[in-house]
Design a binder for this molecule. Structure first.
Ligand code: NAD
Length: 314
């Protein structure tokens, strides 16, 4: 039986620990178990984060093992190596699919009935791996996908247009990585078409500005990793946002990664498209408009992922 107030985090490095800290402050859960191959790391993080509890909502936070995930509502998997300066997400394939192939059978043995949220990179390849080796229904295995990239895009658009990023409605779609696509043709600011809003705010070089912003989003992780070795706060907030959609059965439309079966001409890979997210994971895709150019770029992004899956022998 699923305990809607319980979350488990597998992997307590920068991303797992930051997500745990953000989840503790969110008030979404009353029980959180931290699991890591390095037990001391999980125990240390559980203690450190617990010491903040007197300032927020009561919660039980502890280091545990796979038996503790059985009744969790959400399992967040961040276990895996991160990018080193200059490495792409796809450079992590061999190491991290290996880690996933060891973790998924453990989850399978526990008959976990909640939603699995894959965060480790390359997130689309690992979402595919998780579907294949966990034995779980596809709809309950989702990746954080381009939720973070979309947040980065909204933030930069907000800065550019001097407007609250929450009023910018846009998505990064496709791979969470170098082939990702900004879906400009469906972007608007509170219902006002993007070009009109830009004009309103005194920006006239639409094409050049949008291209520069999309490039900056794509290169954000490289820039941060170069400066401080890892990225973790933005993804931690993305984890909270997705967990909130699941736990509250919000049916929020988020660009999570999930298995594709023919929509937009993409089949047999996991990648990000806007999806309805609720207590059962993804309820399906939302058919946003794509221009011919965006549609072709999405197909190329899917081809990149399909090629990795084929070569990596997952
Ligand atoms: P990290 O090295 O700090 O932490 C990884 C943790 O995983 C370590 O504590 C390690 O002990 C643990 N681990 C390794 N193998 C394990 C196993 N078999 N079982 C349990 N725990 C295991 O790395 P990080 O900076 O926290 O990044 C983690 C992952 O998240 C990376 O793959 C990184 O690229 C990814 N990431 C994803 C996003 C996103 O948007 N999806 C954003 C940032 C980072």
């Amino acid at each position: 039986m699923v305990n809607l107030r319980k979350v488990a985090i597998i992997g307590c490095g920068f991303v797992g620990a930051s997500s745990a800290f953000a989840l503790m402050q969110s008030g979404l859960f009353s029980e959180m178990v931290l699991i890591d191959a390095n037990r001391d790391k999980a125990e240390g993080e559980a203690l450190d984060i617990s010491h903040g509890l007197p300032f927020t909502n009561p919660m039980e936070i502890y280091a545990g093992d796979y038996d503790d995930i059985a009744d969790a509502a959400v399992v967040v998997v961040t276990a895996g190596a991160g990018q080193k300066p200059g490495e792409s997400r796809l450079d992590l394939v061999k190491k991290n699919t290996g880690i996933f192939k060891s973790i998924m059978p453990e989850i399978k043995k526990r008959h976990f009935e909640g939603v699995m949220l894959v965060v480790a990179n390359p997130v689309d390849i690992l979402t595919y791996t998780a579907v294949k080796y966990s034995g779980m229904p596809e709809s309950r295995v989702i990746g954080s996908g381009t939720t973070l990239d979309t947040a980065r895009l909204k933030y930069l658009m907000g800065q550019h247009l001097d407007v609250d990023p929450r009023s910018v409605h846009t998505f990064i779609i496709g791979e969470h990585g170098d082939s990702e696509i900004a879906a400009w043709s469906s972007t608007n600011v509170s219902g006002v078409p993007l070009d009109d809003f830009c004009e309103m705010r005194g920006h006239h070089e639409h094409q050049a500005s949008m291209k520069a912003i999309a490039e900056k989003v794509k290169n954000s992780a490289y820039e941060i990793i170069e400066k401080k070795k890892a990225t973790y706060y933005g993804i931690a907030m993305s984890v909270v946002r997705i967990c909130s959609a699941i736990i509250r059965d919000e049916k929020s439309i988020l660009p999570i990664s999930s298995m594709m079966h023919g929509d937009y001409g993409v089949d047999g890979v996991a990648l990000s498209m806007p999806s309805i997210v609720g207590k059962n994971g993804t309820e399906g895709l939302v058919p946003i408009h794509l221009s011919d150019e965006e549609q072709a770029a999405l197909k190329s992004s899917a081809d990149v992922l399909a090629d990795v899956i084929k070569k990596a022998d997952i």
